[in-house]
Write a protein that binds this ligand. Structure first.
Ligand code: NAP
Length: 280
């Protein structure tokens, strides 16, 4: 009798020890009765391409890609989905039966599922400020514009990067760039922090007037409880603040669906992750 090998998945980044993805995917696998392994690999930029080759050559089924490799992964795969092309970054890879490596990006759908489904927000007609112009910001511009906001302003420490994003996406909707100082005293309905500032305990230098008692603040970063950005928003009277744990779980659910053809339910996993994070 031959035993069938367990399907292998993993997340690749540098560093990677902090990643919650193995736990999340194992929870999805249990809940959907799928048999799979999900590991984590710390891979340097120089080794990324050879790692991808050897992982899939040895029968690996799929990979998640995280910081700092999402852009390089987009260049390393043979085919990109339309949303990965728009995002210029890949966080999910699988190999087709033909041997072609395909890269997709589920960060945008992850953020939108968290905002609209988990948090019950309507983005149509809203004024949105997106802070940051790196890979994560680029991945969410098109999905945000699909929601028909009144305006989407992109503001970044390096202003020229925000302008480049606008040039890429302005055909899709009302998106514009403004430097931090040019934000003036405009308040927004939703402020999304897509910078890496929270990782170094910093807050992007947006004016406090961007936050009003009607503003919802969302930090894509997450940690133990509040981030520096969600604290900043609380201090300046935001209506509500959220960290990126929901986005993390939702982008993972979309990856799981791409690989396994089954969309796992996310509510229980998110609740458990929130309490694990509080406890750690
Ligand atoms: P990235 O490509 O390296 O971009 C970093 C961005 O942060 C740039 O816009 C950079 O501005 C800005 N920045 C860094 N330090 C700053 C500071 N001290 N003040 C103001 N701006 C600062 O990184 P990324 O991939 O876009 O990731 C950004 C964040 O999103 C990270 O915290 C990441 O963990 C989070 N993320 C979360 C999820 C999730 O599932 N929750 C998914 C994806 C990403 P400059 O252009 O001026 O350098």
């Amino acid at each position: 009798m031959t035993t069938q090998a367990t399907d292998r998945y993993a997340v690749v980044g540098h560093p990677i020890s902090h990643s919650r993805s193995p736990w999340i995917h194992q929870e999805f696998a249990k809940a959907t009765h799928q048999l799979l392994e999900y590991d984590r690999y710390d891979v340097s930029a120089a080794d990324l391409t050879s790692f991808l080759d050897s992982f899939f050559a040895s029968g690996g089924k799929g990979l998640n890609i995280t910081l700092p490799h999402k852009g390089s992964a987009a260049a390393a795969v043979q085919q990109l989905t339309p949303r990965a092309t728009l995002a210029g970054a890949v966080n999910t890879i699988w190999m087709q039966a033909t041997g072609v490596l395909v890269g997709d990006n589920t960060d945008g759908v992850g953020l939108l599922s968290d905002l609209t489904h988990n948090l019950g927000m309507t983005l149509k007609g809203r004024r949105i400020l997106l802070v940051g112009a790196g890979g994560a910001a680029r991945g969410v511009v098109a999905p945000l514009l699909e929601q028909a906001p009144a305006s989407l302003v992109i503001s970044n420490r390096t202003a020229s990067r925000a302008q480049s994003l606008v040039a890429l996406f302005e055909h899709l909707g009302p998106v514009s760039a403004r430097s931090f100082s040019a934000l003036g005293d405009t308040a927004f309905d939703l402020v999304i922090n897509a910078t890496a500032a929270s990782l170094t305990d910093e807050v992007p230098a947006i004016p406090r007037q961007a936050i009003s008692p009607a503003t919802v603040c969302y930090d894509m970063a997450y940690g133990k409880g509040d981030t520096p950005f969600t604290l900043f928003c609380k201090v300046h009277g935001a209506r509500a603040t959220h960290t990126g744990l929901g986005m993390l779980v939702e982008q993972a659910a979309e990856s799981f669906f791409l690989w396994r053809g089954i969309k796992p339910k996310t509510a229980t996993v998110l609740r458990e992750l929130q309490s694990l994070t509080r406890a750690s």
